[in-house]
Design a protein around this ligand. Sequence first.
Ligand code: ADP
Length: 711
Amino acid sequence: MKSHNLLFLAKVAILAVVYFSMARLGLLLSFVLGNNTLVWPPTGIALAALLLFGSHLWPGIALGAFLASVSTGVPLAVACGVSAGNTLEALIAVFLLRRVVRFQNALERLQDVFGLLGLAAGLSTMVSATIDVTSFCLGGTAPWDAYGLLWRIWWLGGAMSNLVVAPLILTWSSRLGGSRNLWRIAEAGALLASLVLVCLLVFGGWSRVALIHSPLDYAVFPFIIWAALRFSQREVITATFAVSAIALWGTAHGFGPFVRGTVPERLTLLYTFMSVTATTALVLAAIVTARKRMEEALRVARDDLEARVQERTAELSTSNTALQAEVTAREQAERALQHERDLLEVTLVSIGEAVIATDATAALTFLNPVAETLTGWPAREALGRNIAEIFHVIDEQTRQVVENPVEKALREGKGVGVANHTVLVARDDRETPVADSGAPIRDKSGQVQGAVMVFRDITESKHAEAALIQAKEVAEAADRTKSEFLATMSHELRTPLYVILGYTDVFLDGGVGSLSAEQVDILQRIDRNARVLFELISMLLDLNRLEAGRLPVEATEVRVADLLAEVRAETQGLCDQSGLACVWRVEEPLPALYTDPGKLKVVIKNLISNAVKFTKEGGMRVRAQAQREGVAISVTDTGIGIPAEAQAFIFESFRQVDSSTTRPYSGSGLGLYIVKRLLELLGGTIVVESEVGRGSTFRVWVPTVRGVGTS
Ligand code: ADP
């Protein structure tokens, strides 16, 4: 057999034994107390057992009831009827309680109390009374004429059991809350002791008053109410049970207020008292519990609310602090902004230039004192007006209206510069030459918010400019006079020199007879110095022409090899005289140049003459090669070299490395200056590389056609 079946059988058996024992106890008590059905605890036990452990244990009741009946000596059939009646009674009670009121064993709700009263105690016990009494009468164990009385006693006995015994078991079996401190236990003890004492006084025959059957039964109610108000269902039921037990015992022994009339009458009085007590106690306790629950729920809700209020208050205080901080920060920012604004305004007011600002519609928003003076408009009148009304500019020469820079800046969205020769016409028609500029004002997103214009009175600077122009014109006139003088002088100086050189040649060529060695030497000195003078004068003349712009470029097609051959021939004497090794290297193919051959020759000859002049020993080399879109011609010597710092100025006029009067080399300091200027005319370039004591290289580059390859 399965273990759960065994368990079931064990439970059934236990229930049967308990039922049987309680039935026997009831019978015994009835016997002792003198009436058959005065007490019937099994009904309440059966109901509590099925409610606690399940309806399927009904066979235990059936068996217990059957055996208890048989044990009283009734026929088997009657025992079967009684067993059926008692079993059905319990099953119906459980069924109705569960179905109708969804019964809970703790009996804390009013619906449970009323269910127990109406359905279990009132209704289900009628089934048992009917079946049991009918079985007795049918089986001949009781006479039919006692049916009504028996039925009533049977029914009341069962009802009392369900009202007093069943709740006692049920409440003591449920888990109940509530504190269990010493004071509570002491109070419970005091309650029970007082109650028992009162019961004994009223029902137990301890008082003389009670002995004469005065209706003192109501004396127990304060204690029942005390229990209901202060304790839970369990204590209330226990108190009720104690009252019922003592009342029952006292009545059975002829004490107390219910000992009057016949036994059934006494029973009716007693049962009525017991049921009123039990009902009052249960209902009151349920109401008090419901109230306590409500209070508890209210307390929880209040606590919750309080917690929420506190939480919200904290939140509010936090956000209030944050808000406060924000307000402070904003105030600070505003103060800083105001300070900046004030500073800006002070700056704009103190500035020497006139400043006008407008909004995006060109309406005036700001005008500083300088602008007020120049326009003739005081700020208080000008603000809000359109810029065109305030700032009226015309062209100095044409007298035409010039577009306002603010309008232009607003339209184009970018800064506009100064329009030349503009005159501001003030409100009183005063005219002031001005230089102005305007720019759009943008916000952080780049949106144009307005424009600002800065302008100033340029009367002074115009005067200064005019004075400068005049001075320049004077200087230019003086320069022209100087050039003319130089040209005349040079021309006049060259003519006698030609004569001197010509006659010297005649003498040296023996045209006037043979000369002594001393005479030849003197003549040669005259010749040399005359030539130096001639060259100097020629250079001065060239320079003069250059500066006067009277040295036009006469370009023709030039073959560099031919040109260099000519230069070589012309400088051959110089080279021979110096005793230097002169090397010429022309690296063909060279492109033909379209340039001024005369000027190019002057350039190269100048460089050669310098090379020879500043070289004691070693040699001089001229080299030509194609380079970029032109020809590169370099003149290299092994002479004294040029210090690095001097390389920067030797191309300036009248500049020499050694310009002292005791310098060993002749020269005017004009040669390289002229070379540079001539190359500029030809579109060429010149650079120098030199090292002191090792020699110098001048590199000239001439384009095939002026303007090419210069980059
Ligand atoms: P100068 O008539 O004095 O030669 P230049 O203008 O031709 O005038 O030259 C200016 C100066 O540059 C010279 O005085 C000299 O100091 C320096 N110089 C020019 N060419 C050479 C060179 N080949 N070697 C050394 N120094 C040179």
